[in-house]
Design a protein around this ligand. Sequence first.
Ligand code: NAD
Length: 433
Amino acid sequence: MTSLSQEAISEYIAAAGKAVWEVPQLDPNTKTRPISRVGVIGAGTMGGGISMNFATAGLPITIVEQKADALERGLATVRGHYQRSADKGRFPQEEVEARMQRFDGRLSLEDLAECDLIIEAVFENMELKKEIFSALDKIAKPGAILATNTSALNIDEIAAVTQRPQDVIGMHFFSPANVMKLLEIVRAEKTADDVVATAMELAKTINKIPALVGVCPGFVGNRILFARQGQGQKLMYKGVMPWDIDAAMNAFGFKMGNFQMSDLAGLDIGWSKGARTDNPIRDALCELDRRGQKTKAGFYDYDENRTPIPSEVTAKIIRDITGVEPSTLPEQEIIETCIFPMINEAVKILEENKAQRPSDIDIVWLNGYGWPADKGGLMYYADSIGAERILAKMEELGAEDPSYSPSELLREMASTGGKFTEIETGGLKVAVS
Ligand code: NAD
């Protein structure tokens, strides 16, 4: 690996941060749609945080829940966040009240009829999302932007249940949504230019960094994350313990390794009692009510300060399920096994034109997933390694599981010596209508 100059890295990140705002395929004269009232569906973890961004920016919000108690809980959580900020002296008490007054809590989707932008943040369930969008199609005023905060679902499929797919877009916020800077703006097949332009402009209004991406499972950020997490799983089946994998990720520079992150997010996402998913270790942990930090146990045990402690229970579950005795691998091997597949996936994303440019991928990972800034970004780091070495690793991992096979472009780069930060894309698809 060539050594990384911190000065060059700062320059690269600054240039990437500028480029991410640019959408060359949009006519610069595209008129944005006026947004003066925002609707949010779901007052859970994401809905509450998403709404706060708009209330903080001075926009009125109609927030819709199914039941009064969920609505009350959601609004109380929002107030709690604002109150804590006021208590720390970030703004005066009157500001808490002013922001809360911008919230109009409701229990019916019909109450969203006056909104110019509606963001859906209900459970990650395709049928439910389709039901909501089909209802919104009848309720929302003409020209309203209909956005979904889905983490990974197919937005083209959601848009197709409406008579106005040109108005549908993904606005993928990151948790906690009132804090995290990144906003993936997901352009679907039929999303209109002015909807894309409006979403990009809104990012500025609410102080986010937008990355325009295309529809694919997990979009850019989560799709790359799935590649890393998947390899973490596979390493457990080779007897490597989660804490050893996390220690390697921490040594690389991630504050949170694969399993520390899973414990924080909650292991029961996509799990229900008795479920047998493709992740039996996780299923077994959840059955024991080890659902992550929130239950004080997940892959790790947690003390009262939330310090993660390697768990004998988890180690036994892994041994019982995998039938493999615990072993270790050198730190560098764990790093390459988890990180090189992320690079391969990023190349596939660029090959498929699901991101506008390589540096956008770096902005996504720097601002949404805690990528260590002293390594520049995933693509920048990849350049310091070189395509040949990455290809060799992916040949090995692809032989074990074809979903990790090297991308065609990676092969080509390995033979021609191309740079990851210079991969050219055709841009995202321009709207049909
Ligand atoms: P959550 O369970 O905290 O909140 C979902 C809320 O939606 C609940 O309060 C529920 O009562 C409400 N709801 C369900 N059906 C409804 C309906 N028909 N009408 C009105 N409200 C309804 O879930 P969350 O973590 O906030 O996730 C919401 C969405 O955001 C999901 O699509 C998820 O994939 C996505 N997302 C989550 C995260 C995260 O880290 N939690 C990050 C990015 C995106």
